[in-house]
Design a protein around this ligand. Structure first.
Ligand code: UGA
Length: 442
């Protein structure tokens, strides 16, 4: 099948690559000529396991092409995916200008029936707006006889496992009431729908809300656990025991109940906020979502508060080793990363940071090039040198079993602030560390 994908960000690029990999012919369109150029050469702008190989293989096989030529893109695919960004605007609502611009572009160039698929995370009602914009442009062109449909088909991939998530989706949501579109979308996704039925067809608004509801539910689990962790700490309990105790109930489950330094990334913070704003706009007070957001905001500062208390409120002249900058492991993404809130608070308090991350060093350099209070270190060991304490923010695999004797030797004081509960507090005490974690007793 011929498919066009507008937008070569996380969602669009992965989607294009996995569709090409099962034999579809995919054209990816982006306005950024430099990016298109690099992608054509097999240079991937993001770190995502498995993606580079997939792009290279399918480009070489002629099934995946990148272009800035929108007209050629519109001519190519019977299915036209919109996978461009929906950044928050000033008040936190999703900004739809890029989505609507693509809708216009499709309408300007289409010569035959097109199925326009919203893949980006967009507020309920966006498909209607896309539909109206396309109809308006077709009318201006005097082409009202040209037919089209707008389908909502949200993406549920996680950064760091985006390729695997797309290749083995838990569900494929298709929001449309048009039988022909359902048939085409079923054919498109047939290679991913083999072992059991994963396709769920629903009306377009429910599909749009499903995406937000999923992310907001997961964010709620995390904020709830962070609240329990704060309580456990103050009540003399251990959140790790509580986590296992409640996770064993299949209605609760073990996933997404890890307390930590708050959720970050390009999705949860943005989507929770966008749904709150969407609710506000129709005079509905989304009380639970507001609490989820508030808890997360506070959680991002808890590690800093522990550090401040340990050093009696004075961090001036102190140096901290920081392990983990990306908002989660297996990505170089720093968007809304808790490490940024922490570093900025440490700097404001007069401290220096020696940081290491397995993937996000370049991105950190780009963000904080002008900060002389930040040294980026080539290894996690180098970051420890003469630091007053080690602070762990991201739970990378390579931090799980470090050489504790070496840590002790390199730090000027054997103190660890662990935002991800990586180690056993009793063991750390036996090894002579002052060890702070989340929701457990020191
Ligand atoms: C999230 C969703 O998990 C995807 O299903 C969704 O498709 C995606 O957003 C999106 O809307 O595009 P992602 O942002 O890649 O994916 O990251 P997650 O793995 O969900 O992690 C989000 C944050 O929650 C991270 O900061 C992570 O450290 C934190 N987290 C996660 C916890 O603090 N505790 C947990 O138990 C789980």
């Amino acid at each position: 099948m011929n498919v066009t994908v507008f937008g070569t960000g996380y969602v669009g690029l992965v989607q294009g690559a996995i569709l090409a990999n099962v034999g579809h012919h995919v054209v990816c369109v982006d306005v950024d000529a430099e990016k298109v150029d690099k992608l054509t050469q097999g240079i991937i702008p993001i770190y995502e396991p498995g993606l580079e190989a997939l792009v290279k293989e399918n480009s070489a096989a002629g099934r995946l092409r990148f272009t800035t030529d929108a007209a050629a893109g519109v001519a190519h695919g019977a299915v036209q995916f919109i996978a461009v960004g929906t950044p928050p605007d000033e008040d936190g609502s999703a900004d739809l200008q890029y989505v609507l611009k693509v809708a216009e572009t499709i309408a300007e160039h289409m010569q035959a029936h097109r199925i326009i698929v919203d893949k980006s995370t967009v507020p309920v009602g966006t498909a209607d707006k896309v539909r109206a914009r396309v109809a308006q442009v077709l009318e201006q062109r005097g082409e009202t006889a040209l037919s089209f449909d707008v389908v909502s088909n949200p993406e549920f991939l996680k950064e760091g496992s985006a390729v695997a998530d797309c290749q083995k989706p838990d569900r494929i949501i298709i929001g449309t009431e048009d039988d022909h579109s359902v048939e085409v979308m079923r054919e498109l996704y047939a290679p991913f729908n083999r072992n059991h039925e994963k396709i769920i067809v629903m009306d377009v608004k429910s599909a749009e809300l499903t995406k937000y509801a999923a992310n907001c539910m997961l964010a709620t689990k995390i904020s709830f656990m962070n609240e329990m962790a704060n309580l456990a700490e103050r009540l003399g309990a251990d959140i790790e025991a509580v986590r296992q105790g409640i996770g064993s109930d299949p209605r609760i489950g073990y996933q997404f109940i890890y307390p930590g330094v708050g959720y970050g990334g390009s999705c949860f913070p943005k989507d929770v906020q966008a749904l709150i704003r969407a609710a506000d706009a129709i005079d509905f007070d989304a009380k639970v979502l507001k609490a989820v957001e508030k808890r997360n905001y506070q959680q991002k500062t808890t590690l800093f508060e522990k550090i401040l208390a340990h050093f009696d409120g004075d961090l001036s002249g102190r140096t901290f080793a920081l392990w983990g900058l990306a908002f989660k492991p297996n990505t170089d993404d720093m968007r809304e990363a808790p490490s940024r809130v922490l570093m900025e608070a440490l700097w404001a308090a007069g401290a220096q940071v020696q940081a290491y991350d397995p993937e996000a060093m370049e991105e950190t350099q780009r963000l904080y090039a002008d900060r002389d209070v930040l040294s980026l270190c080539g290894t996690k060991e180098a970051a420890l040198k003469n630091a007053d304490a080690l602070v762990i923010v991201t739970d990378w695999q390579s931090f799980k079993a470090p050489d504790f004797d070496l840590i002790k030797q390199k730090l000027s004081q054997p103190t660890i602030f662990d935002g991800r509960n990586m180690y056993d507090p009793k063991r750390m005490a036996r090894k002579g560390f002052t060890y702070y974690s989340v929701g457990r007793q020191a």
